[in-house]
Write a protein that binds this ligand. Structure first.
Ligand SMILES: *Cc1c(COP(=O)(O)O)cnc(C)c1O
Length: 369
């Protein structure tokens, strides 16, 4: 309600809105209060190396991925900015995981949710979005998700959440038990509590930005590496210092690899980047299952491959220490992709040489060239 007086006093306060807002923020905070921290799992390495490798298991959040953290932050940011309003839809451009988590939070606070996603998104994610009461709007060209989302927001009077822009700023990078603070806290009783490296992957880039900012802020020596899949421009854009870098087709590794340098990716904060072949990512998630008995999504494999390469460098140089990477989401979302030999054949991916390299390394301690 707006009332204007002759003296130029404009009051937009609406008591009904503030009651709704309080209740919405309380519900999002209460969801956090009911949650436990995620585990830091140990990946077995030969004892003689003196190196510890861990995976931060983000698959155990209520909505099954690290995007639960992001969705919570984006909802709080959007609510506290007055952008998310009663009965107005929230719209998001997503490759799936963010939409699953946002559908959950939208339902929690009682607003409609629409996900704009590439048609290639796994059917399990579409099912989960709809399970949480969201609607899926599929597009053929992954590069159009941004414009289509913005247009839908205008059309419906809703709010385009825009994770790719706001991920880095909606997240409390100095602490508040963000993923970086949680990892460092959980390592406190380990033999190497300050990891030599943390390896992340980038979708929005928000997770790597939070990790990097936090270790800089805390004055740790931990270095941050970002592993990038095929068909993503982050690696080239970072190497060339080119914010206009782009790639033509969508990533096969769901959740990561983008066709444009996303605004939430903070290149200057990142120490190192590695390009990882998609077949190596798939070989790595399968090796993960053999090592710890857990299936994970493709992006976990991309990060694990890089982490193993870094461990191999440390072994070769006789260095000891710890390395952390992320288990981003569970493998049961991708049984018809990364765990399907038919899908691999259809994609022309041969994982055998990469699987052999991992096995050779884990048994002999030497990375074959
Ligand atoms: C989003 C996502 C990532 C990368 O996280 P960002 O913080 O967006 O860079 C990795 N893996 C999966 C499965 C994701 O959904």
């Amino acid at each position: 309600m707006t009332s204007a007086s002759a003296t130029g006093d404009v009051d937009r306060s609406d008591p009904g809105y503030r009651d709704w807002l309080k209740e919405a923020v309380r519900k999002v905070q209460a969801d956090n209060q009911r949650s436990a921290d995620t585990h830091l799992l140990s990946f077995p390495l030969p004892e003689r190396w003196g190196i510890d490798l861990y995976l931060k298991d983000e698959s155990t959040h209520p909505t099954g991925s690290l995007k639960h953290r992001l969705a919570r932050s984006l909802f709080l940011y959007g609510l506290c900015n007055g952008w998310i309003r009663k009965d107005r839809p929230v719209i998001e451009a997503s490759s799936g995981s963010t939409a699953v988590s946002e559908a959950y939070f939208a339902k929690l606070i009682g607003v409609p949710f629409i996900a704009v996603m590439p048609r290639t998104t796994s059917s399990e994610k579409t099912r989960l979005i709809e399970f949480h009461g969201g609607r899926c709007h599929l597009v053929d060209d992954p590069r159009t998700v941004y414009d289509v989302s913005a247009a839908l927001a205008v059309e419906t009077g809703g709010h385009y959440m825009d994770q790719f822009t706001y991920a880095e700023r909606a997240t409390d990078w100095r602490g508040n038990n963000n993923i970086a603070e949680s990892i460092h806290h959980q390592l406190r009783l380990e033999r190497y509590p300050e990891p030599a490296w943390i390896v992340a992957t980038a979708g929005t880039g928000g997770t790597s930005a939070t990790l990097a900012r936090y270790v800089h802020y805390m004055q740790y020596d931990t270095r941050i590496c970002v592993a990038d899949p095929e068909n993503s421009c982050f690696f080239d854009g970072w190497v060339r210092g080119d914010p206009g870098a782009s790639s033509d087709c969508g990533s096969r590794i769901e959740g990561i690899g983008r066709p444009r340098m996303e605004p939430s990716f903070v290149p200057g904060a990142i120490d190192r980047m590695m390009k990882v072949p998609d077949a190596a990512s798939v070989a790595s998630v399968r090796a993960l299952e053999r090592a710890i008995g857990r299936k994970a999504g493709g992006s976990t494999g991309t990060g694990l491959w890089s982490a193993l390469r870094i461990v191999a460098e440390m072994v070769a140089e006789g260095r000891v220490g710890s390395v952390v990477t992320l288990l981003c989401d569970p493998g049961d979302r991708y049984l018809d992709k990364y765990y399907s030999d038919a899908w691999l054949a259809e994609q022309g991916l041969d994982i055998a040489p990469y699987a052999a390299a991992i096995d050779t390394f884990l048994t002999e301690g030497v990375w074959p060239d």
